[in-house]
Design a protein around this ligand. Structure first.
Ligand SMILES: NC(=O)c1ccc[n+]([C@@H]2O[C@H](COP(=O)([O-])OP(=O)(O)OC[C@H]3O[C@@H](n4cnc5c(N)ncnc54)[C@H](O)[C@@H]3O)[C@@H](O)[C@H]2O)c1
Ligand SMILES: O=P(O)(O)OC[C@H](O)CO
Length: 341
C-alpha cells in the first residue's frame, strides 16, 4: 500500500517505521523542513524519536500540506499523526481525499469561547463530511512500536473499508490491529485515559500507595464509561484496548507524557514547568476541561476529571484534590455495573 503519514512526532514516526518495515511504501510528512532534512541525512528523528533507525525506502516530505495534492491523490491511506490541536486544520486540508483517512490523536478539542470542544469524528463531520475516515487507537507507546515490541491496536470507523485499510496497513507479526465499529467509544477511551493518567501520576508522585492507584484506575474507568455511554458509545468498548487497555498502560507506564505531568505536579511544579520538561504533547492537559464540560452537558458525574481540572487550574493543591475525592459521600458501586449491563 502507499501510505502517507502527516506529522512526524513520536507516534507518526513510529507507525511510519513499522509500516515501511512490513513492506508498504510510506511517506512521512512534517511541516518542519529542518526536521525532514535531518531525517533524510541522519536516518533518525532526533527531535521526536531518537535512537530509532529510520528504514531504507522510507520517503519524506515537507511540501506545504495544502500543496500535497499529488501525494494525497496517489495514496491508498492517509494518516493524520498530529496532536488534536492541529486536527481541524489537517482534516480541512485533506477534505477532498478519496482514500481512507485515519487520525491517531487521542483527545477532545480544547474548549473555546465558541462552544464545547469536540471529539475527532465530530470535527470531521463538520469540516470534511465526505471523507471515509476513522481512528487508530489503543495502548501503544511509540518507542515500543518502533522497536518492534508486541503491541495491539484498534481501528475504529463506521466504514468497513477504513477499518480494513488500517488493518492491511499496520497489522504485522509484532502489531495486531483489531477492528471496531464503535468510533465514539474508542475516541472517548483514548481521550479520557489521558486525563486519568495525570491523576494516577499525581497519586504515585505523592506516594499514596498501590491501593490508591488501583482505586483511581477502577473508578476512572467508571467515569470514562459513563461519559462514553452518554455520548452514544457501547459499554463493551471500554473493556477493550482503547478503554481498560490504554487506561492501564497510560496510568501505570512511565513512558506516558500524561503520567509524567501528574508526577511533576506532585513534586510541586506548576503546570508550565510540568509541560515544558516534556518536549511532547500531553493531550490530557488540553482535553481535561472539555471532558468535564461535555460530562456536565450530558449530566454525567466525573469527580476524578474534575479534580484534575482543579489541579491544572491551580484551584486545588495536590493534597486538597485527594482530600476532595476521598471526602465524597459514600455511594453504590453497582451504579457502574448497571451501566455496563
Ligand atoms: N507518542 C505515543 O506513544 C502516542 C501513542 C498513541 C497515540 N498518540 C497520540 O498521537 C498524537 C500525536 O502524538 P505524538 O506523540 O506523535 O506527539 P509529539 O509531541 O511527539 O509530536 C507532535 C507532532 O505534531 C506536529 N504538529 C503539531 N502541530 C502541528 C500542526 N499544526 N501542523 C502540522 N504538524 C503539527 C509537531 O511538529 C510534531 O511533529 C497525540 O494526540 C497523542 O495522544 C501518541
Ligand atoms: O504518552 P501519552 O501519555 O500521550 O500516552 C501515549 C499513548 O497514548 C499510550 O497509548
Amino acid at each position: 500500500m502507499k501510505i502517507i503519514v502527516l506529522g512526524a512526532g513520536a507516534w507518526g514516526t513510529a507507525l511510519a517505521v513499522s509500516a515501511q518495515r512490513t513492506g508498504h511504501q510510506v511517506t512521512l510528512w512534517a511541516r518542519d523542513v529542518a526536521l525532514v532534512q535531518t531525517m533524510q541525512t541522519r536516518h533518525e528523528n532526533l527531535r521526536y524519536l531518537p535512537g530509532v533507525v529510520l528504514p531504507d525506502g522510507l520517503s519524506f516530505s515537507a511540501t506545504p500540506v495544502n500543496l500535497l495534492n499529488a501525494g494525497l491523490a496517489q495514496a491508498d491511506l492517509v494518516v493524520i499523526a498530529t496532536p488534536m490541536a492541529a486536527l481541524r486544520q489537517m482534516l480541512t486540508a485533506v477534505a477532498a481525499c478519496r482514500a481512507p483517512v485515519a487520525w491517531l490523536c487521542k483527545g477532545f478539542e480544547a474548549a473555546s469561547s465558541e462552544g464545547f470542544g469536540l471529539l475527532a469524528h465530530e470535527i470531521q463531520a463538520q469540516v470534511a463530511p465526505d471523507l471515509r475516515a476513522g481512528v487508530l487507537s489503543g495502548p501503544s507507546f511509540a518507542l515500543e512500536v518502533a522497536r518492534g515490541q508486541p503491541t495491539a491496536l484498534v481501528a475504529a470507523s463506521v466504514h468497513t473499508s477504513v477499518r480494513s485499510a488500517l488493518v492491511a496497513a499496520f497489522h504485522s507479526p509484532t502489531l495486531r490491529v483489531y477492528a471496531n465499529e464503535d468510533i465514539v467509544g474508542v475516541e472517548v477511551g483514548g481521550a479520557v485515559k489521558n486525563v486519568l493518567a495525570i491523576a494516577t501520576g499525581l497519586c504515585d508522585g505523592l506516594q499514596l500507595g498501590l491501593n490508591a492507584r488501583a482505586a483511581l484506575i477502577t473508578r476512572g474507568l467508571a467515569e470514562m464509561t459513563r461519559l462514553g455511554l452518554a455520548l452514544g458509545a457501547q459499554a463493551t468498548t471500554f473493556m477493550g484496548l482503547s478503554g481498560l487497555g490504554d487506561l492501564v498502560l497510560t496510568a501505570t507506564g512511565d513512558l506516558s507524557r500524561n503520567r509524567q505531568v501528574g508526577l511533576s505536579l506532585a513534586q510541586g511544579h506548576n503546570l508550565s514547568q510540568a509541560t515544558a520538561a516534556l518536549g511532547h504533547v500531553a493531550e490530557g492537559v488540553y482535553s481535561a476541561r472539555t471532558v468535564v464540560q461535555r460530562a456536565a452537558q450530558v449530566g454525567v458525574e466525573m469527580p476524578i476529571a474534575q479534580a484534575v481540572v482543579a489541579l491544572l487550574d491551580a484551584q486545588l493543591t495536590p493534597v486538597q484534590a485527594v482530600a476532595a475525592l476521598m471526602g465524597r459521600e459514600p455511594t453504590q458501586e453497582q451504579a457502574v455495573q448497571a451501566v455496563l449491563t
